[in-house]
Design a protein around this ligand. Structure first.
Ligand code: GLY
Length: 303
């Protein structure tokens, strides 16, 4: 693998189907990532700063803005990091961690690549990572909206009857339907000036979901992938994305020499229109984003 000097590049997204009004968060995240590249040129550090910024924003489905689970009380989050220096870390179903992407980064320095649930949370406490901030009125309002949709006849999750969740309910509290499905993720891909690539993702998961549900975001090759020819991050409904190993599939097309925009569009075209999905990628020469929904995003290149 050759690592010739080239311009660093950053692409950031705030989730397929998220409001493009939140694009300012992506712009800030991309700027911070470029700033980090100026400091030490490390693509992974840059990707993590970008995703930490998105997790702290509070309007996106990750970190401080993560969606509530169906019980209206629990927040379970997934995150991942990977780069071409061999660093790989992921966390699944973790509760009460302010920045899951930093936990994924720390896990990459253990003998393991992924920790899940209580073990992940205990590890976060052991290394002193901050706990989640208190739930916000915004998170509660999003949950009320979801429950209102769940009470209706239009499937909240494409192809799944809303009543299914009542039949397979696995929370301690009873299902209550008193009154927008969320499936977005945040992510960043970075090409370092030394030719290394990195990716980071973070999500509050899809809504509706059972306790313990894991989507694509922490699954290597599905929600994220980095290799010698580039880095790819996916967003959308994890249950669909994993079936296509989407990030690795699109990376493969880029590595074969397909134009990046064509590879991203081909990835999106694998899905029906009812399935929200989005992709971002960087390659040796290009960078880009593509989605079948509105998707807040930012793309910046070093001068
Ligand atoms: N892409 C986020 C999820 O399905 O969990």
């Amino acid at each position: 693998m050759s690592h010739t000097k080239q311009a660093g590049a950053v692409v950031v997204h705030g989730g397929a189907g998220a409001s493009v009004d939140h694009e300012d968060a992506c712009v800030l995240a991309a700027r911070r990532a470029l700033g980090q590249l100026e400091v030490n040129g490390d693509a992974l550090d840059a990707a993590i700063i970008a995703v930490t910024t998105l997790e702290d924003d509070g309007r996106l489905n990750a970190g401080s803005g993560a969606v509530l689970c169906l019980d209206g009380a629990t927040v379970e989050m997934d995150a991942s990091i990977m780069d071409t220096r061999g660093r790989l870390g992921a966390v699944a179903c973790v509760q009460d961690v302010k920045n899951p992407v930093q936990l994924a980064r720390a896990i990459a320095d253990t003998p393991h690549w992924m920790l899940a649930g209580e073990g992940a949370q205990r590890f976060a406490r052991a290394i002193g990572l901050p706990e989640s901030l208190p739930l916000t009125e915004r998170q509660r309002a999003e949950h009320r909206k979801l429950m209102a949709q769940m009470a209706g006849s239009v499937p909240v999750m494409p192809g799944v009857d809303n009543s299914v969740f009542g039949r397979i309910w696995n929370y301690n509290s009873p299902l209550e339907l008193p009154e927008a499905s969320a499936c977005d993720t945040v992510g960043a891909v970075v090409r370092g000036p030394d030719g290394h690539f990195a990716v980071a993702t973070s999500t509050g998961g899809s809504a509706p979901s059972l306790l313990g549900r894991v989507g694509d975001s922490p699954i290597i090759g599905s929600g994220f992938f980095a290799g010698p020819e580039g880095a790819v991050a996916a967003t959308g409904i994890g249950e669909h994305i994993v079936r296509h190993l989407l990030a690795r599939t699109v990376y493969g097309w880029i590595a074969e020499g397909m134009l990046l925009a064509q590879a991203l569009q081909r990835g999106i075209d694998l899905f029906g229109k009812d399935v929200a999905v989005g992709l971002i990628a960087v390659s040796r020469q290009e960078s880009g984003a593509c989605s079948n929904r509105g998707m807040p995003q930012a793309r910046m290149t070093q001068r």
